[in-house]
Design a protein around this ligand. Structure first.
Ligand code: EPU
Length: 433
């Protein structure tokens, strides 16, 4: 297991490019299952990440040959019969659930291992099931697998609001099933995240008829068949925001390129409220920070609200703000695994239910910390860059799931982040202790 060693307090300078969004690319890859045998889907700007490779392996089991050349991934349907997404793969990546909708939509059957919970919360899939059932699929749970029969799929009205708002992958699943269902479907309370919009736009390129893209009401006129397409994955708004956070805490002038500021309204507004100077163009953001910022209260919400996937990184910024800020988590009430780790670095944070109250400190201090999940780890990287001395972040495989070559790219800005391959025995000793 690798670890990062970060020497904090380095001033950054220069420009950094944002990669394609993992959370957009994954469902777009799964959409290849909607195609006819022999059809091809070409995706550009696909990040080279563990999760993308896992989706490639899963699709391979489902009759889609996935190949990569640089950032271009080609998906060719070689066999349109397989419908089983096995436990061995789904347990590695929850986003595997994205194959459920297209399998039901095109192959009219699916047997997908039910994903378990994860460190950020329970993460049920009831909305996915309810939505597909409302379209006429017959779904049941058998020995840990969701088994669906889609013979009677038909366009209908589906309501996708849940206790914590709409579901991103739930909307994507129902959308992918609806595009090939006879008649017109209406998804009410659809998730509006840019990743949902990107999928819907790609489906239209493939011959689907979807209206209302970007709104909570999607209207889908079912078509008989889709065809291949050649599309580019949108820039990763969370990666871009993470770079902004790293820039904010290191007293710098950094230009973030190949991003979509229009997808980042809430994070940009929060930086402005903190008094961090930003400028933006169509596809770039510049951050000029003197490392001196005001506290800001934020609440994570469905898009266009503040993204939960940027909560940990923003908390790292607020940890060194001048005053008290309150961060309320409304998407995943338990997503606070980074709090004890930030506290080990000297942050002053008190957790109260679904809120974290952060009293900014003058200086964080480097320490050994543990990455628990992708975004918590990104928060620790930001904190490590702000801290005095050296920070060691263990279990960075979490970071590798969502950020490609993060250490090299941050080093390009003048940061000192190195990857150390830990010997297995040492890692085991630490776990036992
Ligand atoms: N929920 C339900 N029932 C469902 C589905 C979701 O109650 O059937 C709840 C969840 O427990 C949560 C809320 O609804 O409280 C929102 O969950 P959602 O379904 O929208 O999450 P997701 O689709 O499983 C995607 C991203 C996550 C991101 C969330 C929220 C992908 C592959 N994953 O997950 O990304 O946090 O939306 O924006 O798109 C990450 O990248 O680190 C990550 C976790």
């Amino acid at each position: 297991m690798d670890k990062f060693v970060i020497e904090g307090g380095r001033q950054l300078q220069g420009s950094i490019q944002v990669n394609g969004a993992k959370n957009a690319a994954l469902p777009m890859m799964a959409a290849a299952l909607l195609l006819e045998q022999g059809d091809r889907l070409i995706l550009r700007n696909v990040p080279n990440l563990v999760d993308i490779r896992t989706m490639g392996i899963l699709l391979g089991k489902l009759g889609v040959r996935v190949t990569r050349s640089k950032d271009v991934v080609t998906l060719l349907v070689t066999d349109d019969k397989p419908v089983i997404a096995p436990y061995e793969i789904v347990k590695k990546m929850r986003a595997s659930i994205c194959v459920l909708g297209p399998l039901v939509g095109r192959r009219r059957a699916a047997k997908v291992s039910q994903p378990g919970g994860c460190v950020i919360g329970v993460r049920p899939v009831d909305l996915h099931i309810r939505g597909l059932a409302d379209l006429g699929a017959d779904i049941s749970m058998k020995r840990g697998y969701l088994e669906a029969d889609g013979k009677n799929l038909k366009g209908r009205t589906v309501y996708l609001g849940g206790a914590y708002g709409p579901s991103v992958t739930g909307t994507q699943n129902v959308l992918m099933a609806a595009v090939l269902a006879e008649g017109t479907s209406l998804i009410e309370c659809a998730a509006c995240e840019p990743e949902v919009q990107a999928l819907a736009e790609m489906l239209n390129e493939m011959g689907a008829k979807i209206e209302g893209i970007g709104s909570p009401r999607l209207i889908i006129h079912g078509v008989k068949q889709l065809h291949g397409a050649d599309v580019s994955v949108i820039p990763d708004r969370i990666e871009a925001a993470t770079f902004m956070a790293a820039a904010a805490v290191t007293e710098v002038h950094v230009r973030i390129e190949k991003c979509r500021p229009d997808h980042m309204i809430a994070p940009l507004e929060s930086f402005r409220s903190a008094g961090i100077h930003t400028e933006q163009g169509e596809d770039w953001i510049e951050v000029q920070s003197e490392g001196d910022f005001k506290p800001v209260d934020i609440t994570t919400l469905p898009y266009p609200g503040f993204p939960t996937d940027f909560q940990a990184q923003f908390m790292a910024v607020m940890s060194v703000g001048k005053g008290i800020s309150v961060i309320t988590e409304k998407i995943y009430p338990d997503r606070f695994m980074h709090v004890p780790e930030l506290s080990r670095m000297g942050a002053n944070i008190r957790k109260e239910g679904t809120c974290a109250i952060i009293a900014g400190v003058e200086q964080l201090v480097g320490a050994e910390v543990m990455a628990s999940d992708l975004r918590a780890s990104a928060g620790l990287v930001v904190a490590g860059m702000a801290a005095e001395g050296f920070t060691e972040i263990h279990r960075v495989y979490h970071i590798d799931r969502g950020y490609e070559n993060l250490e090299q790219r941050l080093c390009g800005l003048g940061a000192r982040v190195s990857r150390v391959v830990e010997k297995k025995e040492n890692a085991l000793i630490r776990e036992a202790m």
